[in-house]
Each structure stands twice: as C-alpha cells, then as structure tokens.
Design a protein around this ligand. Structure first.
Ligand code: F6P
Length: 354
C-alpha cells in the first residue's frame, strides 16, 4: 500500500516558498486544519458535550448566535495565533480582529456553516478564504478584505459529516482530504475534484417559491415538469440546509445550488455572505470545473463593499449554471414578462434541444 499524502506533505512546495503569500497561506491552512480537528472532536460528542445549539446572542446582522458558532470562532482565533495572519474577519464578529502585527495574509471565515443543523446530526462546516495583505501596511483593515475573490490565495472548507473532509484550492485544481482519525491528520483522497458539467439534481429551499423572481421560478418549474416539460428530463431535489453539505455532494456527483435574492425583508441580496461563503465556494467550484454566479455575474469578480455583504448565489455544474445566467441576462434585456420566455417560445424551444 502506498504511503498516504498528508495535508502537510501536499503543502510542502508552497511552505518552501519562504516569504511568499502562498507560504503564509499554506501555514494558515495547516493552522485551520488544527482548529478543524478540535471542532470535529467536539462534534463527535454531540449533545454529550452540552447544548451546542443553545442561542447565546443575537448577532448585529440579525442571525441568532448559537453556542457552537461562538465556540468554533474562539477555537479558530486560538489556532491562528501562531499563523502569519494580520486580520481575521468572521461571520461571528462585527469587525475584523487584529492578529499578528507582521502578518502577511488576512482570513475571512464562517466558523460554523449550517448552524440550523447543529442539533440534527446533519453536516455542518467551517469555510475560509485567505487573501494576501496588500503590500503597503493598511491602516483600515477593511481595505484588506474588500477585494475581488479572484485575489484569494487559498480557499476551502471543512465538512463535519459522517466523515470529516477538507476541500482545498490554492489555484491548482481542487483537492479533497479526509480526516484520518488514527493519524490525527488530513490525508489526500482526491487530487483533482471534477464536477460533471451536466446534472439533473438541484438544491434550493422551495418554501421560498412565492418570494422568488421570475427567472428562478421559471427554472424550477421547468425542472419540476420533468420529462414532459421543456427540459425533457426528470430532476431530483436535495436540500440539506448546510451549504457545505450541498457543495460536497455537488463536488462528488454534480448538481446545482441556488440561494437567490427574494422578496422577503432582508433577502434582497439573498442569504449567503460574499467574503466567507460565496467567494471561497466559488473558487473551489471553478477550480473543479464548475461555475458560480449571483445568477448572472461571476461571483469572483464582484467587488465587495462590506465585510458581511450578502450575495445571491448559484453554483455547481457548469452548463446548468450557464443556463440560469442566460435566463437572467435575457430577462434583463427583454423584461420579465417577455413572450421570449413563454412556454412555446423559440428561446425555450432552443434550450430544449441542447
Ligand atoms: O447561512 C448559510 C446557510 O445556513 C447555508 O449553509 C444553507 O444552505 C442556507 O443558509 C440555509 O438557509 P435556509 O434555512 O433559508 O434554507
């Protein structure tokens, strides 16, 4: 049997590039993987470790903060003390936290994605995005965070499910590592994650149907009509309520995830956060051959204006994401009630033949 490649082995090349942002990012990824081990151990105990889902505070941006949200944030702050991180931005903290004065990267993190699932034994995760510090020492840390996702130097997430996995990219494909509990470290399981371009599986919270705009309703209605509809194909739905879980499935067998903007108060820009949810997932997905948009525009090219900014998010199998983009772009030009989108229109007929 060949010797497994550990995360540290995998990062050896980047770590050896002393002084570079890649080396700092690799060191930071290792520190985050240490935090993930601690979090995984706690999750193993579930309710035996206490009421992990207890609401402990209301965050400034509205969501309830649960014990595990706060705890995972503390574990990450602790783990990053020894890493070359200048600032930490987190879903759980209103403002960036100053870390090492000589740090050369900044980290944006969602310490616990899917916190509505804490007490359901469904997967939850930790998502992170690492950006290089701008060369001139910035006095306003926000300037270090408010950059396009294309500038990320590393991005990934850990999923705490029946097995614990780390999905990582540093721009050379997307790799999947599995936590080997006996060794106490992540080992490489897939060198090149590849998302199939086509799919017949979609993930969306359909209870929001009445709040969606026309392109999203149209897309889902077409899927629901199956073989008899314009797609000529039966679709399946999966919705975990944890984006990390849906992303993991999509990276394993294809699919599409949608959290669009909708008409509910507070959802005009969807639900997901650009800096520490959409950007890292978008880069991982693109590096695996998929696509990620806000419906129409590429996520990685959006210039953020706020640390906790939300963004509508569509990601997954490339052809399916492009189909939605085409519907949005056409709707923008033609107006939402254009006959172009009527059931017998040329446009829909053309899509059917693809
Ligand atoms: O906040 C992010 C998130 O928890 C995702 O992990 C998940 O896909 C989504 O929100 C669930 O939202 P909802 O509860 O509206 O279905």
């Amino acid at each position: 049997m060949t010797h497994p490649v550990s995360l540290k082995d995998h990062l050896a090349g980047a770590l050896a590039d002393t002084g570079s942002a890649r080396a700092a990012a690799a060191e930071t990824v290792l520190a985050l993987s240490g935090a993930a081990l601690d979090i995984a151990r706690l999750l193993d105990d579930g309710p035996l470790a206490g009421n992990l889902a207890e609401v402990v505070a209301e965050e400034s941006h509205g969501d309830a903060q649960k014990f595990l949200d706060r705890h995972t944030n503390d574990v990450i702050i602790e783990a990053l003390q020894a890493a070359p991180v200048a600032w930490l931005g987190s879903e759980e903290m209103e403002h960036p936290l100053a870390m090492a004065a000589d740090g050369t990267v900044v980290v944006a993190v969602d310490p616990l994605d899917g916190s509505s699932n804490i007490d359901t034994d469904a997967p939850v995760g930790t998502i992170f995005s690492i950006l290089p510090m701008p060369s001139a020492r910035v006095t306003d840390p926000l300037a270090a965070f408010l950059r396009q996702g294309t500038e990320q130097v590393a991005a990934g997430y850990v999923i705490y499910g029946p097995h614990v996995a780390l999905v990582l990219t540093m721009g050379q494909g997307t790799q999947r590592f599995i936590l080997d509990r006996a060794r106490g470290e992540f080992v490489l399981q897939c060198e090149r994650v590849a998302i199939p371009p086509h799919t017949s599986e979609y993930a969306i919270n359909a209870s929001n149907y009445r709040h969606w705009d026309d392109p999203v309703r149209q897309y889902v209605e077409d899927c629901l009509r199956g073989e008899e509809g314009p797609r000529g194909l039966n679709f399946n739905t999966r919705w975990l309520g944890s984006m990390v879980g849906d992303a993991y499935r999509i990276m394993a067998r294809g699919g599409i995830y949608l959290y669009p903007a909708d008409a509910r108060a507070g959802y005009a820009r969807g639900r997901l956060r650009l800096l520490y949810e959409a950007n890292p997932i978008a880069w991982l997905v693109e590096q695996a051959g998929g696509a990620a948009t806000d419906g129409a525009a590429r996520i990685l090219e959006i210039l953020p204006t706020e640390l906790h900014e939300r963004v509508p998010l569509v990601f997954g199998s490339r052809i399916e994401v492009e189909r939605i983009r085409d519907v949005y772009v056409a709707a923008r030009f033609e107006g939402e009630n254009s006959p172009l989108f009527g059931p017998r229109s040329l446009f829909r007929g053309a899509m059917r033949q693809e």
